[in-house]
Design a binder for this molecule. Structure first.
Ligand code: PMP
Length: 392
């Protein structure tokens, strides 16, 4: 069976493919069909937060699939209740949260946009340049990249984009018509740009002044990735709506949107999802949160991430412009395009992501060890040396 040929022929074609057929994973590694091993610094695009096939998540899923796989939210369920309780322990702020459960990051963002409009009775949403919030029509309207947006216009009306980290621009844009401001505390797809704490604090104050809601999209930054349970904690700002996805269930599909319990419940029928809150995803997410806590992975992300960035800063390649990030969300911005460097990294057994056109983005699993990070840095150094050589 020619796997690549079949996929080339029958898949939608919307992804830029890499020349790699992955058939197995364990911890920080994945293997291709020829048995070659790769260090996965994409962390499954951030979803393999605990590494590939983490034992605790596997066990939780196996147990749950023998009991009950489907349970729409019109019924109560033990796994869902346990997850909702576990999330209270880790979500930021001294408050209770209600949580809409869904299946992906974009869905969590959609829920945030709908609930913000419903709660305020207003329609305008302010997002940031370089922002990425997903590719469904509502989330795409908040996403910035014109190449993603233009073919699908008209998008949802009422969205505008201001420069990230620009307090004056936000102050000029926000007003009594604003339903919400949506921000990534660290912009991920856009190139790993941490928000200035002062910007997030100003956003909080401006939202409060105008009765607008503050949405944090923590789909990529949440659950320990940045060295805090949630990246919001770096600034001390508590958002009104907090969107989660990616690694929340240790690699199993899930999304979640948290809003303050003091709002009370949303009206019946305001939103919904057949698979939202399904017991498999809930069991996996519970096991994930428990593992992060037990293995102290949040502290680890902070410590290892700082060491990794320091190591990358010492590489001294003329092609490196800047090393950015928080915790184990790390970007290396380059003076050349990222794609050829990613290819050369892959040839050295390291998988990484782009962040914008000219940055390499690393989202290694939080269980990564110092020697893995040293390997990644060494592979990048070699890949950059090769990139700087003139083409023969
Ligand atoms: N928000 C952010 C910040 C993201 O990084 C992503 C995915 N890269 C999304 C939303 C969309 O998530 P999903 O692909 O699960 O729909």
């Amino acid at each position: 069976m020619d796997i690549r040929a079949i996929e080339e022929r029958y898949t939608s074609g919307v992804y830029p493919k890499r020349e790699l057929v992955l058939v197995r994973g364990e911890g920080v590694y994945v293997w291709d069909e020829a048995g070659l091993r790769y260090l996965d610094a994409t962390g499954g695009q951030g979803a393999a937060l605990l590494g590939h096939n983490p034992p605790a998540v596997r066990m939780a899923l196996q147990e749950q699939m023998n009991r009950l796989m489907v349970c729409p939210e019109i019924f109560y369920n033990d796994q869902r209740a346990a997850l909702l309780r576990a999330l209270q322990e880790v979500l930021p702020g001294n408050r209770e949260w209600r949580i809409f459960l869904c299946n992906s990051g974009a869905e969590a963002v959609e829920a945030a946009l709908k609930f913000a409009r419903l709660r305020t009775g207003r329609s305008e949403i302010i997002a940031a340049r370089r922002a990425f919030h997903g590719r469904t029509m509502g989330a795409l309207s908040a996403t910035w990249n014109p190449a993603y947006r233009q073919p699908f216009e008209p998008l949802v009306p009422g969205f505008r984009h201001i420069p990230f980290n620009d307090i004056a621009a936000l102050e000029a844009a926000i007003g009594p018509q604003t339903a919400a401001v949506i921000l990534e505390p660290v912009q991920g797809e856009g190139g790993v740009w941490p928000a200035d704490p002062a910007f997030l604090q100003a956003a909080r104050a401006l939202c409060d002044r105008f009765g607008a809601l503050l949405i944090f999209d923590e789909v990529q930054t949440g659950c320990g990735r940045t060295g805090r349970w949630f990246a919001a904690e770096h600034s001390g700002v508590v958002p009104d709506l907090l969107a989660l996805g990616k690694g929340l269930a240790g690699g199993f599909p899930i999304g979640a949107l948290a809003f303050p319990a003091e709002w009370g419940p949303m009206p019946v029928g305001a939103h919904g999802s057949t698979f939202g809150g399904n017991p498999m995803a809930c069991a996996a997410a519970r096991a994930t949160l428990e593992t992060i806590r037990r293995e102290r992975l949040v502290e680890r992300a902070e410590r290892l991430g700082a060491d990794f960035r320091e190591r990358l800063r010492q590489l001294r390649s003329p092609l490196i412009r800047e090393v950015r990030g928080l915790g184990l969300m790390v970007g290396v911005s380059l003076r050349v395009r990222a794609t050829p460097v990613l290819r050369r990294l892959m040839a050295r057994g390291v998988l990484a992501l782009p962040g914008g056109p000219d940055a390499i983005r690393f989202l290694p699993p939080l269980i990564v060890e110092a020697h893995h990070l040293a390997e990644i840095a060494a592979a990048l150094e070699e890949a950059l040396v090769e990139t700087s050589l003139p083409v023969p």
